[in-house]
Ligand binder design. Structure first.
Ligand code: SAH
Length: 345
């Protein structure tokens, strides 16, 4: 069975034209039914001939994950634990901003990056998610919003759930094309953010795609010594090379980069670290998103205190590096950054 939700419009057009002798517009029709009119039922696709509907029903499916658990936080953040066709589970989150409603999507079952501070990496990677499973997370979240009946829907997507998106590059790129397509969910490229721990070859590859999406780099340390300890990926892709790739990205795409920097008490939150960070990022078109660390039970790290966070921010501002403190969502339901771990309560 071919899951149509795996297919970018381009790929679906090619498949239907080459393998099924259809006109290219057939793919757009199907896309409209799925993403605009939001049906996953081939029988409802009334502008498609009965004979081709039969072909679709025979060779294709529109399977999505199911909701295994749903929790709602005091701040309105909603987290779901989605169950995949092989019973594996991943989490996805709805966050409400003033400017829209964002979905935080997982890209893998577990994660192999092993960051010392993160809960998601405590589950070894079991497998990559398919594009359909990522699209399916959005469909599920939109269904929840629809049931609330406030006319709300997902307007922004961050690929910041469990998993390293650039360790599942092809599927993530297909996923981006699907949600960005004007015939798909039509989520503007500037409303889509991919966050990576810094897999350098993929940053170069990504910069060549000509997408206008936002790229966020999980930096979290101002030098190799600290970053090696926090993020094993740094041993393969050290900071100097990473910054070089980032400069290339900004040059190639003309887009501003985001650096994520978790503030962990006494590990990377002192003025010396802010100084090193400012030196490192000097002259790079970027902005820094400071994330107060969310403590994880099994990990020894603590959140920086308010004063250190403010000082860090002020120092960077003084050095003319634009930076913000990340707004936090859903900490009471373990939906905040680094807390996703597919826990079945
Ligand atoms: N693997 C990708 C996607 C994960 S995004 C990446 O590394 O970018 C999730 C973000 O939350 C990353 O910046 C991650 O480093 C950060 N994070 C992980 N654990 C955290 C924690 N306990 N508190 C705050 N942020 C955390």
């Amino acid at each position: 069975m071919i899951n149509i939700l795996d297919y970018s419009l381009d790929k679906l057009e090619k498949l239907l034209v080459n393998e099924y002798g259809q006109k290219a517009y057939r793919a757009k029709q199907i896309y409209r039914w799925i993403y605009e009119k939001r049906t996953l039922d081939f029988d409802k696709m009334s502008d498609i001939s009965k004979s081709f509907i039969d072909v679709l029903k025979k060779d294709f499916c529109l399977d999505i994950p199911s909701i295994f658990l749903k929790s709602v936080a005091k701040d309105g953040t909603i987290k779901i634990l989605a169950s995949l066709s092989d019973e594996e589970k991943v989490e996805a989150v709805i966050m409400r901003y003033r400017y829209g409603t964002a979905a935080c999507i997982s890209s893998q079952v577990g994660c192999n990056m092993n960051c010392a501070f993160c809960a998601s990496g405590m589950l070894k990677k079991k497998r990559n998610l398919t594009a359909a499973e990522m699209v399916g997370q959005i469909i599920l979240l939109n269904k929840i919003l629809e049931e609330e009946g406030k006319g709300d829907r997902i307007t922004h997507v961050v690929i910041m759930g469990t998993g390293e998106p650039f360790d599942n590059y092809e599927n993530v790129v297909d996923f981006i094309h699907i949600i960005n397509s004007p015939f798909g969910f039509a989520i503007g490229a500037r409303h889509i953010t991919v966050s990576t721990c810094g897999i350098i070859p993929k940053i170069y590859e990504f910069s060549k795609l000509g997408l206008q999406v936002n790229l966020a780099i999980s930096l979290h340390a101002p030098n190799d010594e600290i970053r090696n300890r926090l993020m094993p990926v740094n041993k393969a892709y050290p900071i100097e090379d990473l910054i070089k790739a980032c400069k290339d990205y900004v040059g190639a795409t003309n887009r501003r980069l985001t650096f994520e920097y978790i503030l962990i008490k006494d590990v990377n939150d002192q003025e010396i670290h802010a100084t090193q960070l400012a030196n490192l990022l000097h002259g790079l078109n970027c902005y820094v998103n400071l994330i107060p660390y969310n403590p994880i039970q099994e990990k020894p790290y603590e959140r920086s205190d308010e004063v250190s966070i403010k000082n860090f921010l002020n120092y960077l501002n003084k050095r003319k590096i634009t930076c913000t403190i990340r707004k936090e969502f859903g900490r009471d339901i373990d939906a905040a950054c680094g807390q996703l771990r597919a826990k079945v309560k």
